[in-house]
Write a protein that binds this ligand. Structure first.
Ligand code: HMG
Ligand code: MG
Length: 298
């Protein structure tokens, strides 16, 4: 067992965290959130999504939010892009890092982006081509890697196939998403090991939702396998509007607490991150789901 000495956290709270919120949050609050996150030492902050506002009304203000953030040196602000239309909207406000997203389950992909897995990859080809020409970096997400809300079991072979394809197409990093948070450490380990047989571990990230309280255990299992990039969301906010029953992402505060406690560097100022999570829960009008923030503020 060899653990990494440092881990890069990809903060997804402003996108995955907010996309499922029913009440529209003002753009100014989203901008303040992102600026607070960068001030707490996060270096990769997913800012928003340029998806169809008909599908995700909460993020209809993507352009305003992206244009409003104070971009700090050394921080990247990737955004989700579902198609060429989203790519063009993103580029118009100066986006240099995007993420495309598909799934290992046909049923989920159909609900989420109205396409089969192969159709969605086809749809991404012109986006990838344009991104290459523009020098834009592309991350790829594979959702439902440990289970699907519609079809149940998802074969590991499909996760491997989709991850390998995204990597071959030029995604610099592939994030493996347990979209509905049903995974357990043994399964997470087996899945990651299988993907790492085809895609270099240095190009992989893990993305756990915490529906069943397994996310930290799953992350630890994946760290032991050698992963060095972990997605998380401040305050444990989140959920996908097209993944019924899924709760939030693992809380960034809890991941940072675990990593720093194990001597793994994150570069993040934990008290400041906790403060940001508490500020966000105030703005959303409900308690944080970070255990660490609750313990520290008790
Ligand atoms: P569609 O309805 O099949 O496509 O949606 P369409 O091309 O027919 O477009 C419908 C309407 O949307 C049209 O407008 C388009 O112009 C417009 P109308 O002609 O009716 O007035 N439209 C757009 N507008 C602005 N920006 C765009 C855009 N594209 C189309 N980019 C589509 C297909 C992919 C667009 C849609 O299904 C969509 O946007 N889905 C996004 C769903 C989503 O955001 N899900 C959550 C993110 S994924 C996730 O959370 C998982 C993750 O966290 C990892 C994990 O946990 O596993 C990443
Ligand atoms: Mg997610």
């Amino acid at each position: 067992m060899s653990l990494p000495t440092s881990v890069r956290i990809v903060e997804v709270g402003a996108r995955d965290g907010l996309q499922n919120e029913k009440t529209i949050i003002p753009a100014a609050t989203k901008i303040e959130l992102i600026d607070r996150l960068s001030a707490s030492g996060l270096r990769t902050i997913e800012a928003t999504s340029f998806v169809s506002p008909k599908w995700v009304p909460q993020l209809a203000d993507a352009a305003e939010v992206f244009a409003g953030i104070t971009r700090r040196d050394g921080v990247t602000y990737p955004v989700l892009v579902p198609n060429l239309q989203g790519y063009e909207r993103a580029r118009a406000v100066g986006v240099c890092d995007i993420a495309i997203f598909t799934a290992a389950s046909e049923a989920f992909n159909r609900k989420n982006i109205n396409a089969s897995i192969d159709e969605s990859i086809e749809r991404f080809l012109p986006v990838l081509e344009q991104a290459r020409a523009d020098g834009v970096r592309v991350r790829g997400y594979v959702s439902t890697v440990l289970g699907c809300p519609y079809q149940g079991e998802v074969p590991v072979s499909e996760v491997v196939r989709v991850a390998r394809r995204l990597h071959e197409l030029g995604c610099h990093e592939i994030s493996l998403g347990d979209t509905i948070g049903v995974g357990t450490p043994g399964k997470a380990r087996v899945m990651l090991r299988a993907v790492a047989g085809e895609v270099p571990m240095s190009a992989l990230a893990v993305h756990f939702h915490d529906t069943y309280g397994q996310a930290l255990a799953n992350i630890l299992a994946c760290l032991e396998e050698g992963v060095g990039v972990v997605d998380s969301s401040v305050g444990g906010t989140g959920g996908c509007p097209y993944a019924k029953g899924a709760t939030g992402n693992v809380a960034s505060e809890d991941v940072v607490y675990m990593l720093e406690g194990m001597g793994i560097a994150t570069g993040i100022d934990l008290p400041r991150l906790i403060e940001t999570g508490l500020w966000l829960s105030g703005a959303l009008g409900r308690a944080t789901s970070s255990r660490v923030a609750r313990a520290r503020s008790a």
